[in-house]
Design a protein around this ligand. Structure first.
Ligand SMILES: [Zn+2]
Length: 97
């Protein structure tokens, strides 16, 4: 059972959330009462917990393999790639190294 106090809106980081049905694959959908945006909470959310993105980037810069990073952070390769892709969008220079 996920309690709303443990999650936050990915848009405005509010904890004022309401359940908003489920997606076709059974993922819980939420609506934020603060910014009124919708988002889904699934296993990928773990990658966005505080500091995880930074850890992924740090491990990547230290030349850790995808498998090592997944083992350390308990995330899937897909999650890892999604984080890197998103990060690459925000920081285009990241992949130029
Ligand atoms: Zn919000």
């Amino acid at each position: 059972m996920i309690h709303t106090s443990e999650i936050e809106c990915p848009h405005c980081h509010s904890n004022d959330l309401v359940k908003n049905g489920k997606s076709s694959n059974g993922t819980q959908k939420w609506q934020c009462n603060s910014c009124k945006k919708h988002f889904r909470l699934d296993y990928r959310y773990k990658a966005w917990e505080a500091g995880t993105k930074e850890k992924i980037i740090e491990l990547t810069l230290n030349s850790s393999g995808v498998r090592d990073i997944g083992r350390v952070l308990h995330i899937s390769k897909d999650t890892f790639c999604a984080v890197l892709k998103k990060n690459a969008k925000n920081q285009p220079l990241f992949f130029d190294k």
